[in-house]
Design a protein around this ligand. Structure first.
Ligand code: ATP
Length: 357
């Protein structure tokens, strides 16, 4: 399969002496993939997107789009020659142009009829044909975003780049737009790369996600791979709630405060940390239990408990249904049997981390 994007050892430093915004980044995006760049503020997501789009030049390394080198030693193709569409964070619509004229803006070289037809097609794709004659200020945030997407799609790029597409939307609209965006992108059949700092946005839209931290790639994988088999403490904590418990490994058997666990691989060192998701744990009222309920948050579909263990460690546990446990209750914390046997092992700094898959 052709790769839509290939970054090879790409670095970009804005200011001498500063940490590079992106460092030695290598990744590929498949044709037709919905790919997300995820990470905290300042981790280099936007810089990576701009390197792909040609709005930044790499200091070192290569960028190839559909097997064509577009940036590298002695090679440089500007953004307008890369066949990409870009949706900016603030949408960057022209306020004095109608929706239709905004969408037609990049089609100046086409004959008038073809231009009109292409504009209608793009507006139809984002379901805004009825709004063609309105102006941006007469639209909701979600509709403005769809105009920006239609404008980026109208010249029929092979690759669409979207910078924080949901950041200007309130919570309800954000939820709806995630679904709408996936629908639009799947229907267009395009390869799309989205930047977000929000794990839920990423999980909702991505085929695969690249997690960045301090300009470096931490891990690439499908949402369930990242959640179930994170390769670092950072990824484990960034893509979901994580309990890390200290453990002592003897071969594949790891002793923890909550009992023994079986690792998939021998961690290779005795001091380990075990990752347990809140849904991997179960609470049971017990006078001689090893924990005390410290906090309870009812969330509708489930309840999130914070439990203090004898060692002082805090663990978060989600329970679905069942009798509510009061704050102060003495509880036994079990590891859900299904969570125990499947483990991946990763090594982070000095101590290996044992991570359930
Ligand atoms: P955010 O989610 O906050 O937008 P990000 O992950 O997209 O962050 P980048 O915008 O790529 O991160 O920035 C990465 C680093 O590079 C940051 O430390 C930032 O301050 C720095 N940086 C970004 N653009 C420039 C610039 N034009 N000049 C100097 N430094 C920059």
């Amino acid at each position: 399969m052709t790769d839509a994007v290939r970054l090879q050892n790409v670095s970009r430093q804005y200011t001498a002496g500063d940490r590079p915004a992106v460092y030695d980044l290598s990744l590929t995006v498949g044709d037709g993939e919905l790919f997300v760049l995820l990470g905290p503020s300042g981790c280099g997501k936007t810089t990576t997107l701009r390197l792909i789009g040609g709005f930044e030049r790499p200091d070192t390394g290569e960028v190839a789009l559909y097997d064509r080198l577009v940036a590298g030693p002695g090679v440089w193709l500007p953004p307008e020659k890369r066949g990409i569409g870009m949706v900016f964070q603030d949408y960057a619509l022209f306020p004095h142009l109608s929706v239709a004229d905004n969408v037609a803006f990049g089609l100046t070289k086409m004959p008038r009829d073809a231009r009109r037809a292409r504009t209608r097609e793009a507006l139809d794709l984002v379901e805004l044909l009825d709004y063609a004659n309105r102006y941006p200020h007469e639209l909701s945030g979600g509709q403005q975003q769809r105009v920006a997407i239609a404008r980026a799609l109208a010249p029929q790029p092979r690759l669409l780049l979207l910078d924080e597409p949901f950041s200007n939307l309130d919570a309800d609209l954000r939820h709806q737009m995630r679904g709408d965006l996936v629908h639009i992108l799947r229907r267009s059949g395009l390869t799309a790369i989205l930047v977000t700092h929000d794990q839920q946005d990423a999980f909702a839209v991505a085929d695969r996600i690249a997690v960045l931290n301090h300009g470096r790639l931490e891990q690439v994988g499908s949402p369930d791979e990242l959640y179930g088999q994170p390769r670092s403490r950072f990824v484990a904590g960034f893509v979901g709630q994580a309990n890390f418990l200290p453990g002592r490994a003897d071969g594949k058997v790891v002793e923890t405060e909550l009992g023994p666990l079986l690792a998939l691989d021998d961690p290779g060192a005795p001091a380990v940390e075990v990752l347990l998701r809140p849904e991997d744990l179960v609470l049971e009222l017990a006078r001689d239990g090893q924990g005390t309920v410290d906090e309870r948050v009812f969330r509708g579909a489930d309840t999130l408990y914070r439990v203090r263990l004898r060692s002082g460690a805090l663990v978060r546990v989600t329970q679905v249904g069942g009798r509510p446990l009061p704050v102060g209750a003495q509880v036994h914390v079990h590891i859900r049997p299904a969570a125990a046997p499947a483990f991946a092992v990763a090594t982070v700094s000095q101590a290996p981390v044992v991570l359930p898959s």
